[in-house]
Write a protein that binds this ligand. Structure first.
Ligand code: BG6
Length: 468
């Protein structure tokens, strides 16, 4: 594997960028019921109320800017585009008798644009766009019927797009089921310790993933179907064996989902882990066989930060994507306290390659959320350039180390609403969207300095590819 074989591009998700939350027949997703309260990811939300601001309702208005945004993506030189389809645009209530044709038409236009620009689409089937109505009726993934509805939706997408889309990711951060259950449609509060309900729900996601792979294998064997998990190395704070042990335990929890997905079976430590957590899982022999026979073709991961662990009570905590940990004295953090660790990305790619014997990987999210300042149409985001450059250097080194990396998609292409806080001001984009946390603004797009940096980088990669 060399760097020229890896696709470099950008990423977005429907629920965080599209807006148009009820337009053209779309139904309500869970994210559309989430206001901007600090605990928005931690609790169940009622149906949207008058007078409350819901950031996803308009988001970055990608639904109406899609053509112009993709033209800019082409100008950037992106080789691939990872985004999601909203289940609620296709089946507004999750299990409608009829397909919403206008929803399909929107994604048809999106995919056709990608193809015209030679941008390889990488499509996630579920990324924060869980049908609210279905969730209210069934209570979430812990009910197997919920998973059946997802498989039905996925089959519709494969049937319709298999000739134009090669790469599908069934779930964004499948391990969210344990960390932010409500957000992904699991019917329990996060304040409860990992519970049987959460793991049972995740089991149903594993089963849905396997059923989708089985369907694809039978009908569309050229497709590459992956799944995504949020991972990041966990370092022991000190070489004290108790710290090392603690870090290993945490890492196990972290890699549990990918162990199941890659190996097609529950790992050897499952019983011990479940005993510690007081979890009892129901898994039939048929399910086990299904998982075993239908493993993912590639593992997609998001990478934002690393954390430490210690057995000592005396610790300083740090935040991070999905879960925090203990602060690393050698690292700086973003304005949101996520520790910046480019070397951690090389470590992660090496760790995964070792653990899964050179298994194909994709980094489908990596970026920095920052409060950008906008002056006269310019955004001088040197910190984002530094972040990107440092991480891309480590990606190159990891490939030289031997990692089989199929794609790297930077998070995010345009500014979008933050998943955890719902703010627009936690900006991830290469392109600034004129919109604030209260929903004011023109939605006009402005290229940030980081856009031009990445454009140069992509040009270089292309040159190297062309000379091969
Ligand atoms: C990942 C999600 O967990 O982290 C994205 O897949 C999210 O949807 C990203 O945007 C960054 O998190 P946040 O909360 O800063 O938006």
């Amino acid at each position: 594997m060399n760097i020229e074989n890896c696709l470099f591009g950008v990423a977005l998700s429907a629920g965080q960028c599209e807006g148009a939350y009820l337009e053209d027949g779309k139904g309500l997703s869970i994210i559309d019921t989430m206001d901007q309260s600090k605990d928005r990811c931690y609790r169940r939300h009622p149906y949207p109320k008058e007078g409350v601001y819901y950031p996803s309702h308009e988001a970055s208005d990608f639904y109406h800017y899609m053509e112009a945004d993709l033209e800019m993506m082409h100008e950037l030189g992106a080789q691939c585009f990872r985004t999601s389809f909203a289940w609620t645009r296709i089946f507004p209530h999750g299990d409608d008798a009829q397909i919403n044709k206008k929803g399909i038409a929107f994604y048809d236009r999106l995919i056709d644009r990608c193809i015209a620009y030679q941008i390889e689409p990488i499509i996630t089937l579920s990324h924060l766009e869980i049908p609210y109505d279905l969730y209210e009726r069934y209570g979430g993934w812990e009910d197997r019927r919920f998973a059946d509805c997802f498989v039905r939706y996925a089959k519709v997408i494969l049937d319709h797009f298999h000739d134009r889309v090669t790469y599908f990711i069934t779930f964004n951060e499948i391990n969210c089921a344990i960390h932010f259950p409500y957000v992904v449609g699991v019917g329990v509060d996060r304040s409860i310790e990992p519970s049987t309900t959460m793991y049972q729900a995740m089991h149903h996601m594993f089963v849905a993933n396997a059923e989708i792979i089985a369907y694809a294998k039978q009908r569309y064997p050229h497709l590459e179907i992956g799944c995504m998990s949020a991972v990041g190395p966990i370092y022991p704070l000190t070489p004290h064996p108790q710290d090392v042990l603690k870090a290993k335990r945490k890492e196990r929890e972290n890699l549990f989902a990918s162990d199941v997905l890659v190996n097609g079976k529950y790992p050897y430590y499952t019983d011990a882990m479940f005993q510690d957590l007081d979890v009892t899982l129901t898994v039939s022999a048929e399910d086990r066989q299904l998982l075993e026979e239908n493993r993912i073709d590639f593992l997609a991961v998001s990478y934002y930060n690393t954390n430490c662990e210690t057995a000592s009570e005396n610790r300083e905590t740090s935040s991070g994507n999905l879960f925090g940990g203990v602060k690393n004295p050698y690292l700086h953090a973003t304005q949101w306290g996520w520790q910046i660790d480019p070397t951690g990305l090389r470590i992660l790619l090496n760790d995964l390659s070792e653990r899964y014997q050179g298994f194909p990987l994709m980094i489908v999210e990596n970026g920095i959320g920052a409060n950008d300042s906008f002056e006269d149409g310019k955004i001088h985001d040197q910190y984002r350039i530094d972040y990107l450059k440092a991480h891309l250097d480590e990606v190159e080194k990891a490939i030289e180390d031997g990692a089989e990396l199929w794609a790297y998609t930077m998070w995010s292409f345009i500014d979008i609403i933050s998943a955890s806080g719902g703010q627009m001001s936690k900006r991830y984009g290469l392109v600034y969207v004129d919109r604030d946390d209260e929903g004011n603004g023109t939605n006009q797009r402005y290229r940030k300095d980081s856009f031009y940096f990445y454009q140069e980088y992509l040009k270089n990669i292309k040159k190297r590819k062309d000379t091969l």
